[in-house]
Design a protein around this ligand. Sequence first.
Ligand code: NOJ
Ligand code: NOJ
Length: 597
Amino acid sequence: MHFFRSVVGLVSILLSETLAAPSDLRSRDLNSFIAAERAIALQGALNNIGPNGSAVPGAGAGFVVASPSKVNPDYFFTWTRDSALTLKMLIDEFIFGNTALLPTIWGYVHAQAKLQTVSNPSGTFLPAGLGLAEPKYQVDGTRFNGAWGRPQRDGPALRAIALMTFSNWLIDNGQKSTAKTIIWPIISNDLSYVGQYWNQTGFDLWEETLGSSFFTVQNQHRSLVQGAQLAKDLGVTCTGCDQAPELLCFLQSFWNGEYIVSNININNGRTGLDGNSILGSISVFDIDAYCNSPTIQPCNSQALANFKVLMDTFRTTYTINNGIPEGQGIAVGRYGEDVYQGGNPWYLITNAAAEFLYDAVAQWKARHNLIVDETSLAFFKDLYPTVTVRQYNSGNANSPFAQIMNAVTAYADSFVAVAEKYIPADGHLAEQFNRDTGVLLSAVDLTWSYAAFVTMSQRRAGQYPASWGTRNATAPPATCAATSTQGINVVFNVNASTYFGENIYVIGNTDDLGAWDIANSLPLGAGGYTSERPLWSASAYLNAGESVSYKYVRQENCDQPYIYETLNRTLTVPACGSASITEEDAWVGPVGTSGNC
Ligand code: NOJ
Ligand code: NOJ
């Protein structure tokens, strides 16, 4: 152990992999393993994406299949979470220079635009967005109708984050209007969902626990902060983004004084120690963040304390970890009590542990200092026994700062070395590896396992995504409140005699009603239209308490100009918690005439 740590410690993660000291056999092995496996992993993920993925014939364009495995377990579905995390990786790879990935990214954009509108057992898209939290779909984008742990509220946030990262690239590359007209509407749906439902319980990322999940709340918060900034850059408004400080407030309640309780508002007899917390912090990693940011970054003292307690649990959970001392990488799984497929370590979480540590080192180096406090002391003691509670500033290679950085980096490398040990010679990954023998098992070629290997490799190679704005995130209020940008259901009924082929829309000054842009106005339906009553109707969720100007519009059948009502109507949406309201209107203005085209 000492040999391993000291030699790997020579290699700064900021140096390129090929710069390892030539005499450094072990680290050279690790470096070349990572280089080879990273390429296999990237290709492994692409093989699982339709329509051309070689491992997933039948998958629709842009759909990411969780795994080609069709039995025990059947993972031949597309999960919103797995897909978004995979695309986040691919978008970062693209931004780091792999331009060949652009068509795959666009495929995802188009697939998700369609998927958002698919009615499913979690609900429908209109009027209240409930369908957005459906966890998984068939690989052609149709609904999955079986029993499942739903809703899962991390999906919309993760998808928005992936798409926002791509939007920022478009803006930086002269394609702002593409970002605004094609991608923002998809993002906006997801952010409205987050703003409205963040405060309701849902299933965790492991699809088992109905409560509040650390991973979910962290990503939801990030999505709203990033959304507010993107909306500003695009000159649009973000419905729901104003909730961000309340989510940040709520996020603080997962800490129990010793570790992060990954699932709260649930009593399932578990400790709450869960890889959920590691995955949460790496998914909100921001290279510019301060370590005391309440977003709970990898370099945050609570995150580090939690990391140690969690690793101490897994060290004694699996036979293959027997005898591995503290401060040395181990095989890591979901949570200690897990029994799914035998309850084994997972490739993606073992690599996530490494990624977490690379992230933390990158943040300390970028800040040029490390503050060890009472909370994080035990984490550092395992790695650098003479550490004390104090501030360490970066200095020369012999300063304790540099030595602690080397020790944490070596600790990170030792998790990758564990993964390496249990990855078969052909480099293929599955979901899990046996807790007693280390043999791979459960879903083969799991896309998320591949994505996690690539993101770990990116961080180790010093490739960091751009900041998502942690420094500008509004601080949490002193007292948390259970708010929500909850909409009130408003039904628009208008009597308007129309000829066959003519349609009616409602348009208004708020985003929900298209902000006076006819392309975004809300179509009414004529399902209740009779000869006695020419009723056109629609319902929309509008922001509680807001006052709205609106009018109805006729769309003619042969591209003749739209015909607008000659008056502006107003309504005031009732306060939060009120029942649905109905506007009963009658058309005021000129009628239309068929163009007989
Ligand atoms: C399938 C889920 O995908 C998995 O996360 C869960 O552990 C099992 N069902 C058992 O509930
Ligand atoms: C089960 C995992 O628990 C869940 O997180 C994942 O989304 C699905 N499998 C698909 O990979």
